[in-house]
Design a protein around this ligand. Structure first.
Ligand code: FAD
Length: 264
C-alpha cells in the first residue's frame, strides 16, 4: 500500500511517460523537454542503471557500410535507404553538437569495410553520388588498398574507407545524456518495471504492479526488443547481438571501426 505522499509525488500523473532509459528513451525525453519545457516527463527504467543494448554495444559511431547500403537499397529502395542514412548521419552530428568530443571519447578515426569480392566496387560511384547530399563529400566511400598492409589485414582483397565514421564511449554518452535530462527536469524511476499498460481514449495507465499505476496523457515505448510485450500486434523479434572483448593487444595496427559483409 502506498502512502498519500508517494502517490501525490513519485506516482502522480505526468504528461508523458517514457518506458526505458536507453539512448532512445533519453534522447526522446530531451527532445520533448526542449520543445515543451512545461510538460512533465518521467522515464521508467526497470534496472538500477540503463541496462540494455545502449550500455552493451561496440561504440561504433557509424551510418552504414558500402555493402550495407547497397543491400538496403536493393531491399527497400533508394528513398527509404537515404532517409535512414540521413537520420543516422544527422544523429552523429547531433551527438557531437550536444557533447564535447573529449567528454564521450569520440574519435573520428574513420570507418572501414573489408570486401572480398569485386561486385560491390561497381556500385561505389552511384552510392557516393547519392550520399553527396547527406555527407557533403564527393567520395564518402573510397578504395584504400595501401591501408590493407598498414592495418595488417593481409588476406583482405579490398578495403573501403569512410572518413565520416568513428567511435565513442557509450557509457560516457549515457551518463552525459542523464546529466542533460536532469538539467531539463526530466524525472526518473529507476529499478521500476512496467508490467502492463492500459490505453483508453483520454488517458493511459502505466502499471508498476497489480494495484500501482501512474496516469499519463502519452506513453512512449523505448524498450527495444521488449516492446512486443506491450504492443502485441507489432511483430518484433529480438535478435542476438554479441560483443567479444579482448585484453589490450600490444602493437595492434588497426585504427578505426571495421565492418564486413553488409555491416555484420
Ligand atoms: C551487441 C550489440 C552491439 C551494438 N553495437 C552498436 C554499435 O557499435 N554502434 C551503434 O550505433 N549501435 C550498436 N548497437 C545498437 C544500439 O546499441 C541500439 O540500437 C541502442 O542501444 C538501442 O537503444 P534503446 O534505448 O532503443 O534500447 P536499450 O538500450 O535496450 O534500452 C531499453 C531499456 O528499456 C528497459 N526496459 C525494457 N523493458 C522494460 C520494462 N518493462 N519496464 C521498464 N524498463 C524496461 C531496459 O532495461 C533498457 O534499459 C549494438 C547493439 C548490440 C546488441
Amino acid at each position: 500500500m502506498n502512502s498519500i505522499w508517494e502517490l501525490e509525488t513519485f506516482y502522480r500523473k505526468r504528461n508523458v511517460i517514457i518506458i526505458g532509459a536507453g539512448f532512445t528513451g533519453l534522447w526522446s525525453a530531451i527532445s520533448i523537454k526542449e520543445k515543451h519545457p512545461e510538460k512533465s516527463v518521467v522515464i521508467i527504467e526497470r534496472n538500477t542503471i540503463p541496462l540494455g543494448a545502449s550500455s552493451r554495444n561496440a561504440g561504433f559511431a557509424c551510418f552504414g557500410s558500402l555493402t550495407e547500403i547497397i543491400a538496403d537499397s536493393q531491399k527497400m529502395g533508394w528513398d527509404k535507404t537515404l532517409q535512414l542514412v540521413k537520420m543516422r548521419f544527422e544523429g552523429l552530428q547531433k551527438i557531437r553538437h550536444y557533447f564535447h568530443t573529449s567528454t564521450i571519447d569520440f574519435e573520428l578515426n574513420g570507418g572501414y569495410e573489408i570486401v572480398n569480392n569485386e561486385a560491390p566496387l561497381a556500385h561505389i560511384e552511384v552510392v557516393n553520388e547519392k550520399l553527396k547530399m547527406i555527407t557533403g563529400l564527393t567520395h564518402t566511400y573510397s578504395l584504400k588498398q595501401d591501408k590493407i598492409k598498414v592495418f595488417g589485414l593481409g588476406k583482405s582483397s579490398f578495403l573501403i574507407e569512410n572518413p565520416c565514421e568513428g567511435s565513442l564511449h557509450s557509457g560516457k554518452l549515457l551518463q552525459k545524456l542523464l546529466e542533460k535530462c536532469h538539467g531539463l527536469n526530466v524525472e526518473f524511476l529507476f529499478g521500476t518495471e512496467v508490467t502492463h499498460v492500459e490505453e483508453a481514449t483520454t488517458e493511459v495507465k502505466v502499471y508498476l504492479s497489480a494495484d500501482l499505476f501512474i496516469k499519463t496523457d502519452q506513453v512512449i515505448y523505448c524498450t527495444n526488443a521488449f516492446t512486443s510485450k506491450f504492443l502485441e500486434k507489432e511483430q518484433i523479434t529480438p535478435a542476438r547481438g554479441q560483443i567479444l572483448l579482448t585484453e589490450p593487444i600490444e602493437g595492434l595496427k588497426l585504427k578505426g571501426t571495421f565492418h564486413y559483409d553488409e555491416g555484420y
